[in-house]
Design a protein around this ligand. Structure first.
Ligand SMILES: *Cc1c(COP(=O)(O)O)cnc(C)c1O
Ligand SMILES: [Zn+2]
Length: 429
């Protein structure tokens, strides 16, 4: 059984049993999973983790669902790639790419959905559902197929083709809504009140969001149980951003980091900050939808909703559920908020592809362009250990980069080839 002691309201601290609940009855605050860390600390060790499965379930002691029989299509355990070529271009000598674009359904969403799907099956739900900006629909449909249950995915009707097909192939009931993601989400809240379905990011959200902690654990493990000095993370709802930070702090408090002494979690598990966690958390959003970064730049503690208009559709949440918590993490970690002009998104995609051989989607283009800004401004110093999180795959957002296609058009003869080649001065024999 997982080491969960219950759910707790992040605003008023009221406690709830570990059921399919999302908001506090009393203050409507979001609920977060509480763990029995004393027991976890007795069983967990780096050695035990290293002997676990090559998926997020190697960290099952720190996840809110049982790893006995998980809905597992092998999310996680993705490469942490040293990036010397991109580093050289940006003046960074110690740069890594966390390549989460190679997950089973090609985005980091497989981490959160594997946890939510496992929990949904555990609760006895027969339908897995979601409100999606695209990647979530793919992952929910894939995991439901694996679990042998039904899925219903709600998407904005203007999504990229690669995401629509990348979800439809698994056989979900797909609902294309004529509206923004925020409107899709509102509709799903109403649907959820009327249908007994497990909406991974609504009534299952507390469990679902915990899956993103594995993005923190994995990077630490892959660095030899050390933390980076900087991370650059794309945000939509802000949930992943807060959970990477939580993951780092859990590892530190449990004494799993190299040379770091364990520390009590104290009365408020979810805001604990171990002093050895000095990673600066940098958020990346595209200019066409940057409510959290805008709030950070203006020194606000609340996030003002916006109407998204961005090429980075996977980040297009105008009213981010975890915005205020993500703001606190930026501030607590000494990080920053970074907006990327819409016109720089494709440049970021191309730069990563041309330097490191990694083809990311628009969200990754936002991250690489933000990384470039941080390097240029000196916020990240040349020798500082930096990890850029690449969370989705470029084959799903082909529309954004169609302009790169420009082959030499030739007849099947050597002379035709040589004639065409000579017209492209850049290409030499
Ligand atoms: C959903 C998504 C994000 C943002 O995740 P949040 O937890 O909502 O901030 C980032 N990148 C990609 C590729 C996504 O699909
Ligand atoms: Zn409350």
């Amino acid at each position: 059984m997982p080491f969960v002691s219950g759910l707790k309201c992040r605003e008023c601290s009221r406690e709830y049993p570990a059921e399919a609940l999302n908001v506090c009855d009393f203050c409507f605050g979001p609920l977060e999973v509480e763990y029995d860390y004393d027991t976890i600390s007795e069983v967990i060790s780096a050695d035990r983790i290293s002997k676990g499965p090559l998926s997020i379930w190697r960290y099952q002691d720190l996840l809110p669902a049982s790893g006995e029989n998980p809905v597992d299509i092998m999310a996680g355990y993705t490469p942490l790639l040293k990036a010397p070529n991109l580093g050289k271009r940006l003046g960074l000598n110690n740069l890594y790419i966390k390549n989460d674009s190679v997950n089973p359904s090609f985005s980091f969403k497989d981490r959160v959905v594997s946890v939510a799907a496992t929990k949904a099956v555990e609760f006895g739900f027969e339908t897995l559902a979601c409100a999606s900006t695209g990647n979530l629909a793919c992952s929910v449909a894939a995991h439901a197929a694996r679990a042998g249950i039904r899925s219903v995915v709600f998407i904005p009707s203007d999504l990229e083709r690669g995401k629509v097909i990348g979800a439809a192939i698994y056989g979900p009931t797909m609902v294309a809504v004529d509206g923004t993601y925020d409107e899709v989400n509102r509709l799903c809240s109403e649907v959820g009140d009327n249908y007994p379905w497990a909406f991974v990011n609504i009534n299952m959200r507390a469990y679902y969001a915990e899956g993103s902690k594995t993005l923190g654990y994995e990077v630490a493990e892959q660095l030899g149980w050390r933390l980076p000095e900087h991370v650059v993370v794309p945000s939509a709802s802000g949930a992943m951003f807060t959970k990477i930070w939580k993951g780092f702090n859990e590892l530190a408090c449990l004494g799993l980091l190299d040379g770091v002494a364990a520390m009590s979690f104290g009365p408020d598990q979810n805001t604990v900050h171990h002093p050895a966690v000095t990673t600066r958390m940098h958020m990346a959003q595209a200019e066409g939808c940057s409510p959290i970064v805008t709030a950070w730049k203006e020194g606000q503690t609340q996030v003002k909703p916006v109407r998204p208009n961005s090429i980075a559709k996977s980040l297009a949440i105008g009213n981010p559920a975890d915005g205020i918590y993500a703001l606190r993490v930026i501030n607590k970690s000494g990080g920053s908020g970074n907006t990327v002009p819409e016109s720089d998104v494709v440049d970021g995609i191309k730069l990563l592809a041309e330097t490191e051989g990694v083809f990311t989607e628009t969200a990754g283009g936002v991250v690489i362009s933000a990384l470039k800004q941080l390097a240029e401004s000196g916020a990240i110093k040349p020798d500082e250990l930096t990890v850029a999180y690449i969370t989705g795959n470029g084959l799903k957002t082909q529309e954004a980069v169609e302009g790169v296609v420009n082959p030499l058009m030739v007849k099947p003869t050597l002379s035709s080839f040589e004639e065409a080649l000579s017209e492209r001065t850049a290409i030499r024999r």
